[in-house]
Design a protein around this ligand. Structure first.
Ligand code: G6P
Length: 366
């Protein structure tokens, strides 16, 4: 029963732990013989997808962060342009719609006022079609879109979105694959197999819980934190910072790692923990110099990396080693320890984890 916390202290923790099951549900009935079924997007999906030359994603909050991950995937695997914008900006500015653009809204609730208004606004323009990626069947966004695919995460009670985010990412990967096959991408079966392995990987990452709980102790007396990531992991860093802000009230900012020296490095000292998310060594190599700069300034580093990470141990470094994951799956897997980190920091601070002050689960008015 979704409305029951069961043995969990908070809905948020329960929802974090539901993620392996949620991922299984997202994939259920959507895959056949290593391929994504197109009819799950709604009737007429195939004909519409045949004409897609560009993608415009619009969303808010966590759903927006999922959209930013998708931009990396779509441009890499499909090879067509993909733009992403927060709905409150999109709806109020003059935008330009190129022919053949698929308009995608992402929303847990399907009722976010800005996202809904952006969709209505876009319908006045010549978009090719409208796809909604949503967790609530029958919601306004779903009803007003041509195509819809459900994220099947089940009701999410905690205000800070967790399972809704990872399920959005899985659906966005399914969407990427159906578009990519039209542009000669031949790696679909491999990625589908990787998606199927996600369930097991997610379980493995959840098993890091005690380590993350311990790491959280370092954040309790801090007022700021910096999150760094690159590529698809940059939006994951943004989402990790958002989680920490939302429920622990610690000011957290995320930067693409390469931007560190363009400003935020000036803030780094012993009171500014730096969380670096570096799923593979090639990213870590690039981060290396930045990380050393952080350490040289007395900053403490909290690194999430895989077993290949080569980094100088020290008192100024806390490392959590994740299982090796295929590169495209990294944003999904690496989101999870950041959810747990925010959760345990908030618990230690004694905030109202499931209902943080000033925030609402669904922002249905402007
Ligand atoms: C609120 C919630 C967030 C959510 C955002 C967008 O700010 O607190 O968790 O990401 O709205 O909501 P949606 O339902 O459109 O995904």
């Amino acid at each position: 029963d979704a409305a029951d916390k069961g043995l969990y202290r908070h809905y948020m923790l329960k929802e974090i732990y539901e993620q392996p099951d949620v991922i299984a549900r997202v994939l259920e009935g959507r895959i056949h013989q290593g391929h994504v079924l197109e009819q799950v997007f709604g009737s007429g999906a195939s004909e519409l997808f045949d004409q897609v030359k560009m993608v415009q994603i619009v969303a808010c909050g966590t759903s927006y962060n999922a959209g930013v991950v998708a931009r990396y995937w779509i441009e890499k695997l499909v090879g067509i342009p993909c733009m992403v914008e927060v709905a409150s900006e999109f709806r109020y500015r003059k935008t330009v719609c190129m022919p053949g653009t698929l308009f995608i809204t992402i929303s847990q609730s399907g009722e976010t006022a800005d996202t809904l208004s952006a969709l209505r606004e876009a319908k006045e323009q010549n978009y090719l079609g409208f796809l909604s990626i949503c967790n609530v069947a029958g919601s306004s966004l779903v009803r007003e879109s041509d195509l819809a695919i459900m994220t099947n995460a089940g009701p999410e009670i905690g205000v800070a979105s967790t399972k809704a985010f990872t399920s959005q990412l899985v659906v966005l990967m399914l969407t990427t694959l159906v578009l990519a096959r039209r542009y000669g991408f031949d790696g679909e079966q491999e990625i589908v197999a990787q998606l199927e392995q996600l369930i097991d990987l997610t379980e493995q990452v959840l098993a890091l819980d005690p380590q993350i709980q311990k790491m959280a102790e370092h954040f309790v007396d801090k007022h700021h934190a910096l999150f760094l990531g690159r590529g698809t992991i940059y939006p994951v860093a943004v989402e990790g910072a958002l989680k920490l802000k939302e429920i622990s009230y610690i000011h957290a900012e995320a930067y693409p790692a390469g931007e560190l020296k363009h400003g935020p490095l000036a803030l780094v000292d012993e009171d500014m923990p730096v969380v670096a998310i570096a799923p593979n060594n090639s990213l870590l190599e690039k981060l290396q110099a930045n990380l050393e700069e952080v350490r040289a300034r007395g900053g403490k580093l909290f690194l999430f990396a895989d077993s290949k990470a080569q980094v100088k141990p020290g008192n100024d470094l806390e490392l959590i080693t994740l299982p090796d994951v295929p590169t495209v799956m990294a944003p999904i897997i690496y989101s999870i320890p950041l959810q747990l980190l925010a959760y345990y920091v908030a618990c230690l601070k004694g905030t109202d984890v499931d209902q943080p002050r000033n925030l609402a689960k669904s922002v249905t008015v402007e």
